[in-house]
Write a protein of this length. Structure first.
Length: 245
């Protein structure tokens, strides 16, 4: 059955939740400013090539926070301007609490929450219902792009729309672009990622996850594993793409 936790227990429980996370770790906190201990935990997890998704929404990240998170290859940072929920989950446990992942709150505020354990039969339905809401928040949040703009500005600038993008005609042995980082790679619409980005994508394998670049021309366009090219490039190379080049 779900357990009540106060501020001190919540901080310790979140630390344990991060330490014990296996494939999945999602941290949802409107305000975000990590303590030294939490930075160490995320750095350790990142060194194991394990993905962490962090969703925030109520504050512009300061430069030091940006620099730290940008240096973690396996951290996916998302922004949601309507976010007010605070929830932390791994493969087996979840903490729903009033506590932000914010250093000052952890040291000074009076908080409370509940710890839900999937291994407890009494918690199973509650855990599954909460996961559905977490999935919804995750899917409706914007991928945060590291730059000097505010989160609000970033949200509108993440994937700029261009009316006129270059159209590339495919040639034999032509290079393509990774649809996530735009790195030059072998043209292959079946695997339109560089080695590093494919490794990250393959953790979840979501073929409809929104990426940022056309596999053929490399311009910033909404693409996915299933549709890795912008429309002009697809139209110009439709026959070759349908036969997997």
């Amino acid at each position: 059955m779900a357990k009540f936790i106060n501020t001190r227990k919540a901080v310790a429980a979140i630390e344990d939740l991060i330490k014990e996370a296996e494939d999945k770790l999602i941290l949802i906190s409107p305000y975000l400013k990590l303590s030294k201990d939490f930075k160490e935990l995320l750095t350790y997890r990142n060194s194991k090539d394990k993905i962490t998704t962090i969703i925030f929404g109520k504050q512009e990240l300061n430069p030091n926070e940006m620099k730290f998170l940008e240096g973690l290859q396996f951290v996916i940072l998302k922004y949601n301007q309507d976010l007010h929920a605070k929830c932390y989950m791994n493969d087996k446990q979840m903490i729903i609490t009033s506590l932000n992942l914010y250093e000052f709150s952890m040291a000074n505020n009076k908080e409370m929450g509940v710890l839900i354990d999937l291994s407890d039969e009494n918690d199973k339905m509650l855990f599954e219902d909460a996961v559905k809401e977490i999935d919804y928040i995750d899917s409706t949040s914007e991928r945060f792009k590291f730059n000097t703009a505010t989160p609000q500005e970033t949200k509108t600038e993440i994937r700029p729309k261009k009316k006129n993008s270059p159209v590339s005609k495919l040639e034999n042995n032509e290079n393509g672009h990774c649809i996530r980082c735009s790195k030059s790679i072998k043209l292959n619409p079946l695997v339109p990622y560089c080695k590093d980005c494919y490794k990250i994508w393959n953790k979840y394998g979501d073929e409809e996850y929104l990426e940022e670049h056309c596999h053929i021309c490399g311009t910033e366009k909404d693409t996915t594993m299933l549709k890795p090219t912008c429309y002009p490039c697809y139209k110009a190379n439709k026959t070759k793409l349908e036969f997997n080049i």
